[in-house]
Design a protein around this ligand. Structure first.
Ligand code: ATP
Length: 356
């Protein structure tokens, strides 16, 4: 039993709550992402797990032990932060050896472990290279090798890829994920990039103003967001203010009515509701395709064509929809075209509106 559990973990800075009664269980061997906008408390929460920050109240439990007040250097967790903090005057091997030296591992075992890690990060011939002579991605890998050198039970990553350019960043996301899966090391990663979280995580913890808004698999959070904040933060979405008519029909902002299936019926809240439909679920039909239920007339006002996919903005007289399509599905789509946008009943999700 090595799992990490947070029990009502809270951190106050002066009068404000950076982290507000967070309860969480991190499953063994999984990669969990803390995701949320700037200032929502992701880093503070990670720092409390690392032991770099003391909770105002609540408990951090690891492997059945209360480690809330255990100093960081006695937790044996691996860490990689935004500023990698590799030692610039040292070689690759010396950097990786650092935590092993601290633990007084003998020289032969150190050499064996360094060779193993260099293979793992695919830099076997770079042992004696000064880290200042490495590319951004290579440095990143060395930082990860150093963090896992002493086989920590938990790996903590705080925006480790934010300094890299987009292409390298995407490549590293896959690399870190594959490495994490191969080693089976429980990992928590902070990111504000929802695509990064979707690519890498087994589980995403969406945070809003110091609290957990939702925990789930990437797909679960994308498909079943609990509220407008999560729906808006994860992926592109059409989020429309709607009302429910007497017969259960949904009234769109332009007054048009559509039906939704039972599984998407309004949450049991008294507050305002929103209709969420993802762009890939909006079907663009020809204007003369017939007046079938859930079809809304609209005019194409903008097209973003990136070759493999097309994103169309459709003005539906009262609201605007974004629809994702492909050149094959809609070969003759053009700005100014009058179309019929179908919102399939089973793809429409009713969610609680943002409260503030
Ligand atoms: P970002 O993505 O911008 O790094 P974050 O989600 O990691 O943001 P935190 O850095 O955890 O957010 O900060 C949460 C809140 O706590 C913010 O309002 C921040 O200003 C505040 N905060 C963080 N550290 C301190 C500190 N040492 N003293 C006072 N306030 C702090």
């Amino acid at each position: 039993m090595t799992h990490l559990t947070l029990q009502a973990v809270t951190k106050q800075f002066n009068a404000s709550y950076a982290v507000d009664h967070v309860d969480l269980r991190v499953p063994d061997g999984k990669l969990v992402c803390f995701l949320g906008p700037s200032g929502c408390g992701k880093t503070t929460l990670l720092r409390m797990i690392a032991g770099l920050e003391t909770p105002t109240s609540g408990r951090v439990m690891f492997a059945g032990r209360d480690i809330t007040h255990l100093p960081a250097n006695r937790r044996d967790f691996g860490m990689v932060f935004q500023s990698l903090a590799l030692f610039p005057h040292m070689t690759v091997a010396q950097n990786i050896a650092y935590p092993l030296r601290l633990r007084k591992i003998d020289k032969t075992a150190q050499a064996r472990r360094i060779a193993e890690l260099l293979d793992l990060i695919q830099l076997p011939h770079m042992a004696n290279r000064p880290v200042t002579q490495l590319s951004g991605g290579q440095r990143q890998r060395v930082a990860i090798a150093r963090a896992i050198a002493s086989s920590p039970k938990l790996l903590l990553l705080d925006e480790p890829l934010s300094a890299l350019d987009a292409k390298l960043r995407e490549a590293m996301q896959v690399e870190i994920r594959l490495l994490q899966q191969r080693l089976g090391i429980t990992t928590i990663m902070v990111t504000h990039d929802q695509r990064e979280a979707m690519t890498m995580a087994d589980e995403i913890v969406v945070m809003e103003r110091g609290r957990i808004a939702q925990v789930g698999t990437p797909l679960n959070i994308y498909r079943e967001p609990v509220n407008e904040f999560v729906a808006d933060f994860i992926g592109l979405g059409n989020i429309l203010p709607v009302t429910v008519a007497k017969g259960g029909q949904i009234v769109l902002p332009g007054g048009q009515q559509i039906g939704v299936t039972a599984s998407t019926r309004a949450p049991e809240t008294a507050g305002d509701i929103r209709l969420l439909i993802r762009p890939e679920d909006v079907c663009i039909k020809r204007a003369d395709a017939g007046a079938v239920a859930n079809r809304i007339a609209g005019k194409v006002t903008f097209i973003r064509d990136v070759g493999a996919s097309i994103e169309a903005t459709i003005d539906c007289d009262g609201f605007v929809l974004t629809a994702a399509t492909t050149p094959r599905e809609t070969p003759d789509l053009s700005v100014g075209m009058v179309v019929s946008a179908e919102l399939p009943a089973y793809s429409c999700k009713l969610i609680a509106a943002r409260t503030a």
